[in-house]
Design a protein around this ligand. Structure first.
Ligand SMILES: Nc1ncnc2c1ncn2[C@@H]1O[C@H](COP(=O)(O)OP(=O)(O)O)[C@@H](O)[C@H]1O
Ligand SMILES: [Mg+2]
Length: 375
């Protein structure tokens, strides 16, 4: 097992800088998830760690030693890809054994390692099959098995579940969490799926345009997003973000108002924000309820999406729109006037630069880290 330290890491292709100076430290046994929109540099960063892409500048250390110039196989890392990259003519057994056979590992040792991986992945009965005789989930398990037999210090996963259907993704997600617990290995996992990120990670690293926008535990990112980008990326449906004007500043919070919002004190540290400034008020759809609240807003219902136990409602309010995630049994329909409510302590405020003002009332749950099942 291993710790990693990434310092001022950059990658350019020609004149184009893709990774713009990433600093991260990853503890031994940690499960770190890189998330961000397509093209933000997740795979590039992972491939730089694997040694599949040259590092333009900066340092990558594994267990304290700089590995910038080490070949992939000398780094003690195993990578699992979205496209399973299995040999179609080889059996499951040989697909898992191949890397060790090439390395000249003793036959009995290979056999023990392949059978151990098959046991961990519950595929002992599939060892004689070829990839085309397997389901997508089983193929992905073979690819993971191929990584396990190498007994790597660090596992790297690049969107390993993206080719699977929704139900299988849920199952495999739980299996990966269990694998992490059983192997106690350091794992770095790339995904664009925020549910995977929230459920698997000890630490989520949110990337945008080759920069880290925030790194923290899933609930820290959800409750204390540091900027508009992270606030909008974590959480679904997306956080509502509306402009408002600051009418008073006090240690207990900012008073803001807008065409849709009567003057309201939001408990955030005003920082450098002055009276008259325009800020962005952020409210998550799940923090808005149907009916009056501590703060009430009235508007016209647009789209209504009924999910069963919850309903997503778009509400046109003066000067903007709000999305609310309300109780599924609420009777409402498009065109109707609807009053909804929220509590100011649930609101976020971002300054003109899009940086969050520090919240003064932080829910206790924001401190909870990943809760693992007992072994
Ligand atoms: N070999 C390459 N040459 C030039 N540009 C590349 C190369 N590989 C990736 N890129 C660019 O780097 C950016 C990040 O790509 P990638 O790391 O694959 O993003 P992600 O995995 O987050 O979707 C993209 O804009 C992509 O076009
Ligand atoms: Mg990618």
């Amino acid at each position: 097992m291993a710790s990693l330290s990434i310092e001022r890491l950059k990658k350019s292709y020609g004149a184009v800088e893709i990774i713009k100076g990433v600093d991260l430290s990853i503890a031994d046994g940690e499960f770190v998830v890189f998330v961000g929109p397509s093209g933000c540099g997740k795979s590039t960063l992972l491939r730089m760690i694997a040694g599949l892409e040259e590092i333009t500048s900066g340092e990558l250390k594994i267990d304290g030693a700089v590995v910038n110039d080490l070949a992939p196989k000398e780094r003690g890392i195993a990578m699992v890809f979205q496209s399973y990259a299995l040999y179609p003519h080889k059996t499951v057994y040989d697909n898992m054994a191949f890397g060790l056979q090439i390395a000249g590992t003793d036959k009995a040792e290979i056999d023990a390692k392949v059978r151990n991986a098959a046991r961990i992945l519950k595929m002992e009965h599939l060892l004689d099959r070829r990839p085309n005789q397997l389901s997508g989930g089983q193929r992905q398990r073979v690819a993971i098995g191929r990584a396990i037999v190498r007994n790597p210090k660090v596992f790297l996963f690049d969107e390993p579940l993206s080719n699977l259907d929704a139900a299988l993704r849920v199952t495999m997600r739980a299996e990966l969490a269990k694998l992490h617990r059983d192997l106690a290995a350091t794992m770095i996992y790339v995904t664009h799926d925020q549910v995977e990120a929230m459920t698997l990670a000890d630490t989520i690293v949110v990337l945008e345009g080759g920069n880290v926008r925030q790194a923290g535990s899933p609930l820290e990112l959800y409750h204390l997003p540091r900027n508009l980008f992270v606030a909008g990326f974590i959480g679904s449906p997306k956080m509502n973000m509306l402009p408002a004007t600051v009418s008073a500043v006090a240690p207990a919070g900012l008073t803001v108002s807008a065409p849709w919002l009567a003057p309201t004190v939001i408990p955030v540290n005003p920082g450098g924000v002055a009276v008259g400034a325009t800020v962005t008020v952020g409210i998550r759809p799940e923090h808005i309820q149907a009916g009056e609240g501590a703060v009430s807003v009235t508007g016209t219902v647009g789209l209504v999406e009924r999910l069963g136990h919850q309903t997503i409602v778009e509400i046109a309010v003066s000067g903007g729109g709000l999305t609310a995630l309300i109780d599924g049994e609420t009777m409402t329909s498009p065109g109707e006037t609807l009053t909804v409510g929220f509590h100011p302590k649930d609101a976020h405020v971002f300054d003109a630069a899009g940086e969050a003002l520090t919240r003064l009332v932080v829910p206790e749950i924001a401190k909870v880290r990943k809760q693992r099942p007992a072994a």
